[in-house]
Structure formats: structure tokens, C-alpha cells
Design a protein around this ligand. Structure first.
Ligand SMILES: Nc1ncnc2c1ncn2[C@@H]1O[C@H](COP(=O)(O)OP(=O)(O)OP(=O)(O)O)[C@@H](O)[C@H]1O
Ligand SMILES: [Mg+2]
Length: 258
């Protein structure tokens, strides 16, 4: 929602998963704290298994913390809500619904579709699939399906937009176009966007702030403000400097013995 004031607070959050089979516990997150607000575009980068998706799942309300609290405007998150929209890492569309009906599905669920058909059309335009509105997911490429999954969440105008590697399956060109489209929507609506990505350049290109995580146990090691104006130039000195700095923080700085 435009202009809606949102404060998301991760207050000393830990999350453990017990494995019954071999009696072990995974400390997916260990004492993670962060505060975020509407108007911020926050990206999370870090190695596989460091707890990135776990943070998004907590904010989405799909899981609860083991200790600590996750709060939106001082209220603890207890369950999912359309106001906190999550685009999954491996999204699946409803195969029995057309592209148009997949996008409008949550509007249907909330009985809000009537009068919003133009919004569905706009989403189809944005992802370049207007000509595929009446096709079924089985007829789409992987990249097309991922774009549909993205706008299926955006259509609710969530005040917290959670993106778990939303562009991971896309080819490089579609990916850059989608980065711009997501940025355009975020700059119009100024909601809080919280995105997980493996792509450091993508994080720098899109974010006002980057959280760098590390694993075992999962924790935030750095919290960096990316204070560059939009649109960003991937080859500018400042951009390259941020890339170097973040890769170093992730221990990919190129200083290893090969
Ligand atoms: N439902 C679950 N049950 C048991 N263990 C889990 C569960 N969800 C996550 N984990 C474990 O918690 C840790 C963090 O997982 P998470 O999915 O948050 O990682 P990630 O940073 O998103 O990794 P990736 O980049 O590979 O997606 C991993 O060790 C994972 O095995
Ligand atoms: Mg993940």
C-alpha cells in the first residue's frame, strides 16, 4: 500500500530445526536482530543454508521463531496474510488455471476481483505476457512461469514484499528487465521490500540496504547502506567498490590460494 507506515522488527530471533532421525538440531538462525521500514529495499545475501529463506518464512508467518520475536508495527506475526506477500524460491502455479486466473487468484480468494480486471491486465503487460493470458502454466517456459508467480503476489500490493530469489530461474536479459520492473513498482508504492538473492550485483543494483549473512549458525554479519541514486550504473566506480567490499565480506574477494 502506498504511504503505509511499516516497521518490521526482528528482535533477537533464533530458529532451530530438530531432526528426529539422527537427533540433531540445526541452528538456522542465531540471535538475529534487524529493524526495517517502508521505503527500504533490503536484500539478504549469504551462502546456501545460512538462514535467508528462514528469515522470509518467519516474516511471512509460515513458521514461528524458537526464541525472540518478529513484529510488524509492534504486533507479533502469528500467521500469513496477503499484506505480507511472499514470492517463493521455487514457485508453482496452479496448472488448472489460466495465466490470467493464476494472477487473479488471490483477488478471487478475497472476493476482490470485480473491478480489478484492469490491474490484472497491467500485470500481464508488465511481464510481457498479455498474449498468454488464456494459456495454461504447462504451456509456459520456466522464466515466464516465474514472472507470473511474481505478479501474482505483487497484485495484492503487500506492504511488506518478500522475494526469495524471485529472478533466479530467469535468463540474464529477462532478469535485468524484471529488476527494473520490480524497482519501478517499489518506487511507486514505497513498501518495504525484503529480497533474498545469490547475485551480489542484483543486490547492489536494487537495494537501499544489504544484509550479509553467514552460516553455522545463521546470523547477520554486516548491515550496509547502499547510498547510490537510481537508476544505478553497474559499471560505476562506486558500484564496483560495493561489489568488491561485499564479495570480501562473503570471503570471495579473490585473495584465496587457487
Ligand atoms: N523446515 C525445515 N526443517 C528442517 N531444517 C530446515 C527447515 N528449513 C530450513 N532448515 C535448515 O535451516 C538451515 C537454513 O535454511 P534456509 O532455507 O533458511 O537457508 P537459505 O539461506 O535460504 O539457503 P539457500 O540459499 O540454499 O536457499 C539449513 O541448514 C536448512 O537445512
Ligand atoms: Mg533459500
Amino acid at each position: 500500500m502506498p504511504d503505509k507506515q511499516v516497521t518490521l522488527l526482528l528482535d533477537d530471533v533464533s530458529k532451530s530445526f530438530a531432526k528426529v532421525e539422527n537427533d540433531t538440531v540445526t541452528h538456522a538462525l542465531h540471535r538475529v536482530s534487524a529493524e526495517m521500514h517502508n521505503g527500504e529495499f533490503v536484500s539478504i545475501v549469504g551462502p546456501s543454508g545460512c538462514g535467508k529463506s528462514t528469515i522470509l518464512n518467519l516474516v511471512a508467518g509460515l513458521i514461528l521463531p524458537t526464541t525472540g520475536k518478529v513484529l510488524v508495527n509492534d504486533k507479533e506475526i502469528e500467521s500469513p496474510a496477503p499484506d505480507r506477500g511472499l514470492v517463493f524460491q521455487n514457485p508453482t502455479l496452479f496448472p488448472w488455471l489460466t495465466v490470467r486466473d493464476n494472477i487473479a487468484f488471490s483477488l478471487d480468494m478475497q472476493r476482490k476481483r470485480k473491478g480489478h480486471e484492469d490491474k490484472v491486465d497491467r500485470m500481464l503487460e508488465i511481464i510481457g505476457l498479455a498474449g498468454f493470458a488464456d494459456d495454461y502454466p504447462g504451456q509456459l517456459s520456466g522464466g515466464m512461469a516465474q514472472r507470473v508467480a511474481l505478479v501474482r503476489t505483487l497484485i495484492n500490493e503487500p506492504s511488506i514484499l518478500l522475494l526469495d530469489e524471485p529472478l533466479g530461474a530467469l535468463d540474464a536479459f529477462t532478469r535485468m528487465n524484471m529488476q527494473d520492473e520490480i524497482l519501478k513498482m517499489w518506487r511507486e508504492q514505497r513498501q518495504l521490500a525484503l529480497m533474498v538473492t545469490h547475485d551480489v550485483d542484483e543486490a547492489i543494483y536494487m537495494s537501499t540496504r544489504i544484509l550479509v549473512m553467514n552460516a553455522n549458525p545463521g546470523r547477520i554479519t554486516h548491515d550496509l547502506a547502499i547510498d547510490l541514486p537510481y537508476p544505478r550504473d553497474r559499471s560505476s566506480d562506486e558500484f564496483v567498490e560495493f561489489r568488491k567490499d561485499i564479495l570480501n565480506k562473503l570471503h570471495f574477494g579473490g585473495n584465496h590460494d587457487l
